[in-house]
Structures are given as structure tokens and as C-alpha cells.
Design a protein around this ligand. Sequence first.
Ligand SMILES: Cc1cc2nc3c(=O)[nH]c(=O)nc-3n(C[C@H](O)[C@H](O)[C@H](O)COP(=O)(O)OP(=O)(O)OC[C@H]3O[C@@H](n4cnc5c(N)ncnc54)[C@H](O)[C@@H]3O)c2cc1C
Length: 486
Amino acid sequence: MAKVVILGAGIAGHVAAAHLKRKLGKEHEVLVVSPNSNYQWVPSNIWVGIGKMKKEDVVFPLQPLYKRKGIGYKQAKVVAFYPEGSSQISKAHVSVEYVAGDKQGQQELIDYDYLINATGPKLAFDLTPGLSPGENDTYSVCTYGHATEAWHALDTLMNKVKSTGQKAKILIGTGHGKSTCQGAAFEYILNVEKVISDAGLRDKFEITWISNEFELGDFGMDGLLVKYGGKNITSKEMVESVFEHRGIKWITKAGVNKIEKGIAHYENLDGKQKEEHYDFAMLIPAFSGHGFKSYDENGEENTEKLFKGFMIVDADYTPKPYEQWTVQDWPETYQNPSYNNIFAPGIAFAPPHPISKPRKSANGTDISPSPPRTGMPSGITAKLVADNIIDQIKNKDGKLHHKGSLGNMGAACIASAGYGAFTGSGVSITTYPIVPDFKKYPDSHGRKLGKTFGDIGLAGHWLKLALHYAFLYKAKMKPFWWIIPE
Ligand SMILES: Cc1cc2nc3c(=O)[nH]c(=O)nc-3n(C[C@H](O)[C@H](O)[C@H](O)COP(=O)(O)OP(=O)(O)OC[C@H]3O[C@@H](n4cnc5c(N)ncnc54)[C@H](O)[C@@H]3O)c2cc1C
């Protein structure tokens, strides 16, 4: 019997656990360790943040589902890695700490034959002094809890504006020079603008986008050339037209570096320190690794074998200038090169470098997006890791047959632009490949044009809503869930 331990039950961890259990059956053990007792469909947090969905609409408890499906579950967080075993247990193991229940605070060692690290990112609010959900009038939509708080604050502000007639300022975007996830902030600003318009308050609010992107529409993917309405346009033109149409101002090339109540301090690429005032801000923090440590069999720290911030996998991490980056730098199996029974799909793996051109300010501050790893590639990489482990357990040929790099994988992103059955809207962008391949597609900014397209309209809203229900159906492992693709 083989034992597969999965750290994290987000999109990547949960997808891996579900496929592993379905294909391995009762013969083998699948155990999930995750501190949050709920599964959350993160993309719909945007709608929690505008009061159109409640927490209950985007989460469900993991324990009962895992019990029914025969998947083990511990509500705990991993704290250290022992990939060679230790003086306590000779087999490879991790140490975990329970975060709830009778065992809260207790540590335990869990051994494994295969380990999947799907712990995603640490939301590194601490890298921007003063940025913290609920403090200094800044909010986040990165978790359902943050999104619920954001909606309460926005609703309170809207009521205040309604009753006093005073004007208010909203600031949405990235809260650090190296933040990623611009797409989520983009969705949120459009939804906030629509909620405010629907409340008849649009003329009372100034709404501003602030971001570390060099230009609008970069999205941490170096921008796109998209087929839109029969024409080829850049994502910059697409986003500019959406913002102009909605009366949203924008600040780009901005590295937010400090927050005080109602003031976002930032440096721009010229090296100038500036500030932007707001009454309500939603700023995406930097994402970092969790700071896990690893030890060899003698108890000596060997973290550098497993982590460089995020987990080291089969990428080419040789430092190179932007001009020499290629799609071949990106990993294909998400296997750690030092320990071949450890894998890291989803956001947990260390990318070889950003996707957007890296830029520094005149003062040497990094102000450009980190690479995004959205839900679709997180699910796809988790499934291929699960399939490789299943092959290894069943066929034992030691080969990894399932491969997929962000350089040969597409992503479909439906960004909600407003909630409503008849008045809603969505910006759908399909990108292929996620990491541009300038050799294969030199004339279309590294992407295949027929497979990279954009659209804006009511259909996008319905599609996003359909995905919400489809992916929650799949995550709940309802009949034939595996037919729904990642
Ligand atoms: C607001 C928002 C909207 C988004 N919208 C979209 C969208 O529309 N489309 C799209 O494709 N992508 C979207 N994304 C991105 C998408 O949510 C991520 O790509 C995806 O969640 C990454 O999955 P993951 O499993 O790698 O990480 P996560 O979802 O972050 O999961 C990490 C898991 O690890 C657990 N964990 C953390 N620490 C530990 C520890 N020490 N030990 C064990 N477990 C731990 C966490 O509790 C969690 O269960 C959005 C992101 C945000 C924030």
C-alpha cells in the first residue's frame, strides 16, 4: 500500500486528492493536511466582495466529503519537511501542527511515499507596511473572509455617501511593487463600479486603478495581442477602452510601499515617491513562499534543496536576462529534482522567472508583476502530478509520462465585469500559451492568435456563473465529476 500525502486543499490540492482517490481506490492511502476546514472556490470571492454572494455560496466543509470518499484529512498546517527521514522516523515525513479541535497546537509527524505540496502562496501583507485587511481602510478579496469584510466596508461607505451626499474615493489594484493577480483586482474594480452605478451613486465616487503593470492589460503576462470583435488589438487597448467607458482613472508603473489611513504611498518607475488618497481600498498583497524549512536525515537544515521561496521543481532556474527567457525554462512535471517523490503543482512551485518584462525604478526598486498562476493551470498541473504518481504506484517504471508546461498550456480567464442576470457582464480572455513563445509565434507577441481572444458582454457573466456552479459540482465530487475538465 502506498501513502500519498497532500499539503493544502485549495484548487491544486483538492484536484490532486480527488483524482488520486478515484484512481487508486481503497488499496492506497490518500491523506490531505490543510488548516482551513473549508474548500473555497476562490474566483467567486469577487462576488462575495460586492455582496452578491455569501460565504456559504463559495465554500463547503471538507471533512464530511473526504470521509465519504475515503480520503484522510487532518486540519493542520505543515511546519517542516524531513525528506530523508529523521532520528525519530526513518521514512520521509513532514511535521504538522493541528490548528483546531482537541489537538490544537499539537505537532505530529506524518510519513509518506509521495508528497504533494499544494500550499499555494502566503498572502504577504507584511511586505507592505500598513497593508492589512480591515486596517487603514484597506481590504482584500483573496479569501472569503477578507471578501466578506470588504463588502461590509464598501456597503457602509455607500450608505454614508448616500445619506451625507459627500463624495468618496475608491482605490483598487496591487499593494506591492511585485504583486501578481492583477486579473482579480481588475474583476473587482469593474464589479465595484457596477454596484455603485446600480445604486445610483456613480457621480459621487472617484474610482482609480493602481498597479505595478508597465501598462494596462499586462496582467503579469506581458500583455496580449487578442482577437476581439474580429480585429486584433492589444490587451492594453482592450482594458483602456473598458476603463474609459466606465470612467475609471488609472495609475500604472506604481509600487505601493506603505499604507497610512486613507493614503497609499507609492514609488513610480521614475523613482518619484507619490501618494494617492482613498476612502476604501482593495489592494492585492505580494504573494510569497510560506518560509518552510527542510532538514536532512542528520537534522541539518537543507531548505535550499526544496525551496527558493516557493518549492523548487524541474524548472531552469539559471538567472538570465529577459531577452534570453524561453518557454523551456518552465517546469513540466513539478517534481523536485533532489527528492523525486515530492511534487508542487499550482501556485506552490517556484517559477523560473516572471513572465512580464522585469523593471526597476530609478532607485532600484522592483516594480513589475510577478507571474500569475491562475486556477486552470493550477488544476491541470495538479491532475498531471496525480496521474504521474498513480503511474508510479501502479506501473513502477519510474517515468513521468504526464507533462504540461505553462509554455504549452492555455488558460481561459473569465473576469466578471458586473453581476446581473440581464445587465451583468464579463471579460473573457483565452490565452495560448500562458507563457509567450516568441520563437513559435514571433508576430503575435508570443501567442497563437486564433487561440488568444477576448470578448466583453453579458455572455461572459453567464459563463462565469456557469463555471462557478460547474467547478463547485466538480469539487464536491458529485456523480461523474471527473468529466468536467480542470
Ligand atoms: C480573488 C481572486 C479571484 C481569482 N479569480 C480567478 C479566476 O477567475 N480564474 C482563475 O483561473 N484564477 C483565479 N484566481 C487564481 C486562483 O484562485 C489560484 O490560481 C488558485 O487558487 C491557486 O490554487 P492553489 O491550490 O495553488 O493555491 P490556493 O488556492 O491558495 O490553496 C492553497 C491551500 O494550501 C493551504 N495551506 C496554506 N498553508 C498551509 C500549510 N502550512 N500547510 C498545509 N496547507 C496549507 C490553504 O489553506 C489552501 O487550502 C483568483 C484568485 C483570487 C485571489
